[in-house]
Design a protein around this ligand. Sequence first.
Ligand SMILES: [Zn+2]
Length: 314
Amino acid sequence: MTTIAPNRAVTAVRQSPNYSAGRPAGAPNTITIHWWGSYGQSHDGVVNYLCRQGGNSSAHYVASSQGVTQLVSDRDRAWHAGALGNPRSIGIECRPEMSDADFAMVAKLIAAIRAEHGDLPLRGHKDWMATQCPGTWYAQLARLDQLARGQKASAASANTTALQAQTAPATKAAKLTATDRQLMLDVDGIPGGHTYARLNQVMGTGTKGSPSEAMWKKFQLFLNTVVSSKDIRNLTGAPSLDADGIAGAKTWKTFQYWSGNVKPAWMAQVGGPSKLTGATWNQWVDGVAGVKTWKMLQHCLNSSYANSGKLLSK
Ligand SMILES: [Zn+2]
């Protein structure tokens, strides 16, 4: 581990355990912009998440109007941009709300990084791998670059606040999915806007917080791929679900059957039986999208991947 020596934009330091030591491929040559993807999530929550023990992701910096927290030394590799991006890029996590103050803080950080490492170009996370990240920030990279170049070098000391932050108690951890680092859904069985936005996102049909025909179509097509035609015929009377974009009893029955078989522990956790048998069948496979079924779907969405068109796998 390289001890973090914060640049002039940094206002707090908290070492993340999630990184690889050193830069064997060479010194930093790009700056990668990320967004943490979920509106309303706090700066500290994101910091806590990226600093969690045994995590699989991190960034060098979390930057917002609140300040700049450094988690990994520029001289070590944070886990933010995959096999292509991690070796030589410096990663900054940004706030999706993208207020003017957020924007200014990120620009200030970029200027400070460049003062130390040279004129590093900006990249978006999606330049390295298939992802929606950095969302709305992506279209603003040129403006961000321009604003960073306009920053005057100021020698404001950040050391006091950095030390204060190191001893500050941790705030409530943000909950992000382990699969694709999106905001975790509450498993409450209530299909609100966030649940629909996530279902759309996982199905690859946008991020709108309301159900759409396209979303249910993808959901039906997915179920047709994971449940055998023999089983679908037993459940619905036809060998496959019509991908008609209407989530009716046949669709829900098929989802219930599939999910109860692949995730019996979750089925029990949400109030269903612990095993799907002839005796417990009617407690679970009823074709009704009730609280238990939505809870199960929320569990599944929390372990899925954006734009995969699938549940529980990439
Ligand atoms: Zn990212």
